[in-house]
Design a protein around this ligand. Structure first.
Ligand SMILES: [Zn+2]
Length: 327
């Protein structure tokens, strides 16, 4: 088996905020759903502790885990901008808002954390906001089009894309169907919708290799591969690929020539802390002893790295986020 790499950068890591000492919020619908309690649990925090200590507690917890990890030494923490239409923030349509301010502050305060900003392109100040976060050290811009109501194919976004190119900041965008929120418009996360930014030369990171759903009888994975064959400026991340509904694509992804050298290691924390990613799903491939050994690893990052190594992801996938994002 491959040597397990160290000093890894996890380029896809979420935090959350409920408005305790920050402008972050979650919608009432989410707060009242069973998912809210589950999210707190997998983030490893208690509601009363966040209320007492503030939203940064979630990032402090991540930083501690990262420092305890044997293999991972850094994580890109992703903000999540609100929904905007015609320049106006749509609070009622926003399920989760994680502000750039909060994430920036946490990255300043806690070791091992890197700023992944989120700037909705329909904000009136979108271009200035991109410049600001770049100055603050943001290593990428994150979108979740199907939730944030962003149509990547909208020709009005051309200036925004040109600004990304000018600032040399990659766009990490969700592709494929979304299942972590209460509702989503999946057509906005079609890999083919990325034609415009790809053509304009934006460095695009396609999240999860689009490993969910299909359109016109073609899986989103295949749609992404078709795009990547045309556009060398698209890469993809392997976050949450071990989830039970995504694992069926692992073999295709590992065997794809198109993806060779173009995969980045990420976790999608906190989703690595759900039973949906248990190594026991791979009992047939890994064997009993290996599954038991991995399942017993306490640190979520170490468990994720060991599982993905055991499944055959090559070492370069784990080294790539540092090269790609930090130079
Ligand atoms: Zn994610």
């Amino acid at each position: 088996m491959a040597e397990i790499p160290t000093d890894i950068l996890d380029m896809h890591c979420h935090t959350a905020g409920i408005g305790s000492g920050s402008e972050c919020f979650v919608s009432d619908a989410l707060r009242n759903s069973w998912k809210f309690k589950q999210y707190l649990r997998i983030f490893g925090v208690k509601k009363q502790d966040i209320e007492a200590k503030g939203d940064l507690l979630v990032m402090e917890r991540i930083s501690n885990w990262i420092q305890e990890s044997r293999y991972v030494s850094g994580a890109v923490i992703l903000a999540m901008d609100a929904v905007y239409t015609n320049g106006e923030m749509q609070e009622k349509q926003t399920e989760v808002y994680v502000s750039n301010e909060l994430v920036y502050e946490g990255c300043q305060k806690y070791p091992g954390l890197y700023f992944g900003a989120s700037v909705h392109p329909q904000r009136n100040d979108a271009l200035e906001a991109l410049e600001k976060v770049k100055e603050q050290g943001a290593v990428l811009i994150k979108w979740l089009p199907s939730i944030q109501m962003i149509d990547p194919a909208n020709p009005q976004l051309e200036m925004y894309y040109r600004k990304l190119v000018e600032l040399d900041i990659p766009l990490l965008t969700h592709v494929g169907d979304e299942d972590s929120f209460t509702s989503a418009i999946d057509s906005l996360s079609d890999p083919y919708a990325l034609e415009l930014p790809a053509k304009l030369g934006v460095k695009i990171i396609a999240a999860h290799v689009a490993s969910s759903g299909s359109r016109d009888g073609i899986t989103n994975v295949q749609r992404l591969l078709n795009m990547m064959e045309k556009h060398p400026n698209i890469v993809a991340d392997i976050s949450t690929l071990t989830q039970y509904n995504r694992r069926k694509y692992i073999k295709q992804i590992l065997n794809s020539d198109t993806l060779n050298g173009r995969l980045l290691y990420g976790t999608d924390h906190p989703l690595t802390n759900t039973p949906l990613v248990t190594p026991w799903q791979f009992l047939f491939k890994l064997g009993f002893n290996k599954c038991r050994q991995i399942a017993a690893i306490k640190n979520p990052w170490d468990r994720d790295v060991e599982l993905k190594i055991a499944l055959g992801f090559p070492e370069q996938v784990f080294a790539k986020p540092k090269d790609y994002l930090l130079d």
